[in-house]
Design a protein around this ligand. Structure first.
Ligand SMILES: *[C@@H]1O[C@H](CO)[C@@H](O)[C@H](O)[C@H]1NC(C)=O
Length: 172
């Protein structure tokens, strides 16, 4: 579905078929593990270097499957002629970085992922209501969160300021 809205950058509302991609950012990938750990939790925490943690995470089936479904999704955008390897793309509320990895694997050279919580190395910390970018720097932006994308108006105006095309993942 393609929507045009005069008070907003060109808005693409697209449907992802895979329900796994519709988890909120920061949702643990292993739901049986307790999350978040409270500050009163005194049990020892395993210290794993970030590179090792990432390697582990990126080799899981669920991670690969989710990245695969984002690749399919972005290929559809490519087919619309809105995305190519030289596009500057912003992923807002990028979570652990699935969509950033998907775009990178497709060959898109300039991908920026932001989220309230950093997820090194693909997603950096940013407040979506106050993006630290200059005006009109991005060709395309995506968010997995329709509600955030449309409200509140501050969020919308930040997107309007920095982006030409704006896409929203919705789950079918
Ligand atoms: C985009 O990059 C990918 C990966 O490097 C490459 O396979 C593909 O041919 C590139 N597309 C274009 C149109 O250059």
């Amino acid at each position: 579905m393609l929507l045009h809205n005069h008070s907003f950058p060109h808005l693409l509302l697209l449907y992802l078929q895979t329900p796994e991609t519709c988890v909120p950012p920061g949702t643990p990938h292993k739901p049986h593990l307790r999350f978040p750990r409270s500050s009163c939790d005194t049990s020892p925490r395993e210290h794993v270097p970030i590179e090792k943690k990432n390697k582990r995470l990126w080799s899981t089936k669920i991670w690969k499957k989710t990245v695969g479904s984002y690749i399919e999704f972005f290929q559809a955008i490519q087919d619309l002629g809105l995305l190519n390897n030289d596009s500057k793309v912003l992923c807002v509320s990028a979570g652990a970085g699935h969509e950033v990895m998907a775009l990178t694997e497709m060959g898109v050279l300039d991908v920026t992922g932001v989220e309230l919580v950093e997820s090194s190395p693909r997603v950096s910390r940013a407040d979506p209501h106050n993006l630290q970018f200059f005006d009109d720097v991005f060709d395309l932006a995506f968010s997995g969160h329709l509600a955030e994308a449309l409200f509140p108006s501050r969020f919308a105006s930040e997107i309007e300021r920095t982006v030409r095309w704006w896409g929203v993942f919705a789950c079918s």
